[in-house]
Design a binder for this molecule. Structure first.
Ligand code: SAM
Ligand code: SF4
Length: 333
C-alpha cells in the first residue's frame, strides 16, 4: 500500500516534465501588468498598453488555474507583476492561494508592503523578494520615475524586523548603479538579507544594449578586490550563484541570465495576468489558458502542449538580435 502511494506520488510529481527532461514545479503568476513605479529597464518608455480589466484573471480564476498546476506537480508559487500589491483584490488572492499545498511567495517593489504584513504572515509567506537598485534617493527617482525611496527603504526594514527572509533584487547596469556594487555587499554586513545582482536583460522597449550589462564576472572580480568572500552551496534549480563575506549577516548572489544562462536546470513556468501560459521568460509563444477555461474546457492538455514546446535555452532567442517578447512588466518577472 505504502509502495503504491510512493509510486503514485512519483508519477504525479514528475508530470510537468518537458522534452529535455526538466521537471517543472515552480509557477510564477502575474497578478497585473500595472505598476505604481515606472522602472526604465522594465516598463517600455513608449507604447505601453495596459490590459483591460475584463481580460485579467479574476481572483477565483487565478485560484482555480493555480490549483490545476498544483495537481500536476507545482510546489511553489510566486506572485509577481507589474506590482502584485497594487491589485485591489491582492489580499483576497493571497488568502485564496494560501489554501493550496505550496510554498507561497512574492516579488514586490515594497511600496505597499506595510499594509500587508499581517496578511503575509497569515498566508504563511516566509520570504519576500524586493526590488531595490540603489541607495541613492535621486537615482531611485531616475530609475523608477517615482519618488518612493523613503517608503521602500522603511518597508524593507519593516519586513526584516518582522522576520521575513528578504531577498533584494538589484538590476546591475553599467553607468547606472555599477558604482554601488560594493555598498550593496557592505549592506549585508549588519542586515540578514540576501542581495541578488541580476544582469540587465533585454525586453522590448527597455533600451537594452550589451554594453549596459554589468556582467557576473566583472561584478565578481570587483567584489573580490574589496572583500574576502566564500562560495556558498547553490540549491538545485537555483538561478543564483551564492556567496558571502565571512562574518557578515547576509549573503549575496549573481543571476547571470545574459552571460551564462542557467536553462539546463530550469523548473519555472509562468502565467501572465491575462491568463496566458509562458513556458520561459524569453519564449516568443504563449498559450491562452483563460479563454478555454472560461469556456469550460480542460486546460491540462494546453499546459502540457506549452510545456512540450519549451525550448532548450532562453526561449530559443539569441540576445544578439532584438528579442521578440512582451515587455517584462507584462510578463511578470
Ligand atoms: N514590481 C515587482 C518588483 O519590482 O519587484 C515585481 C515585478 S518585476 C517585473 C520582477 C523583477 O524583475 C524585479 O526584481 C525587477 O528588478 C526585475 N526586472 C525587471 N526588468 C528587468 C530587466 N530588464 N533585467 C533584469 N531584471 C529585470
Ligand atoms: Fe514596476 Fe517592478 Fe517593473 Fe519596477 S520592476 S516597473 S516596480 S513591475
Amino acid at each position: 500500500m505504502l509502495t503504491e502511494t510512493i509510486e503514485a506520488t512519483k508519477i504525479k510529481t514528475s508530470l510537468l516534465t518537458d522534452s529535455f527532461g526538466r521537471v517543472h514545479d515552480y509557477l510564477r503568476i502575474s497578478l497585473t501588468d500595472r505598476c505604481n513605479l515606472r522602472c526604465t529597464y522594465c516598463m517600455p518608455s513608449e507604447d505601453m498598453h495596459f490590459a483591460l480589466h475584463s481580460t485579467l484573471m479574476t481572483a477565483n480564476e487565478i485560484y482555480s488555474i493555480a490549483k490545476t498546476y498544483v495537481k500536476l506537480g507545482v510546489k511553489k508559487i510566486r506572485l509577481t507583476g507589474g506590482e502584485p500589491l497594487v491589485r485591489k483584490d491582492a489580499r483576497q488572492i493571497i488568502e485564496l492561494l494560501s489554501e493550496l499545498p505550496v510554498e507561497l511567495t512574492l516579488t514586490t517593489n515594497a511600496t505597499q508592503t506595510h499594509d500587508f504584513i499581517e496578511d503575509f504572515k497569515k498566508a504563511g509567506i516566509k520570504s519576500v523578494n524586493v526590488s531595490l537598485d540603489t541607495f541613492d534617493k535621486e537615482k531611485f527617482f531616475s530609475i523608477t520615475r517615482r519618488n518612493d525611496f523613503d517608503k521602500v527603504w522603511d518597508n524593507i526594514h519593516q519586513l526584516i524586523d518582522n522576520n521575513f527572509h528578504v531577498k533584494l533584487n538589484v538590476v546591475a547596469m553599467e553607468g547606472v548603479n555599477d558604482d554601488e556594487l560594493i555598498d550593496f555587499v557592505k549592506f549585508t554586513k549588519n542586515h540578514p538579507v540576501h542581495v541578488r545582482f541580476i544582469e540587465f536583460m533585454p525586453f522590448p522597449g527597455n533600451d537594452w544594449k550589451r554594453e549596459k550589462v554589468f556582467t557576473y564576472l566583472e561584478m565578481l572580480e570587483k567584489i573580490q578586490e574589496n572583500f574576502k568572500i566564500e562560495k556558498l552551496y547553490d540549491e538545485q534549480h537555483s538561478t543564483a550563484k551564492k556567496y558571502k563575506v565571512s562574518d557578515y549577516k547576509g549573503t549575496f548572489a549573481f543571476i547571470n541570465t545574459v552571460t551564462l544562462p542557467f536553462c539546463g536546470d530550469c523548473n519555472r513556468l509562468r502565467l501572465t495576468a491575462d491568463g496566458k501560459m509562458k513556458n520561459c521568460l524569453f519564449s516568443k509563444g504563449e498559450i491562452d489558458l483563460l479563454t478555454p477555461y472560461r469556456n469550460g474546457a480542460d486546460i491540462e492538455d494546453l499546459i502540457f502542449k506549452s510545456l512540450m514546446d519549451k525550448k532548450e535555452q532562453t526561449g530559443g532567442q539569441n540576445f544578439s538580435v532584438p528579442t521578440e517578447n512582451r515587455s517584462m512588466i507584462a510578463i511578470g518577472g
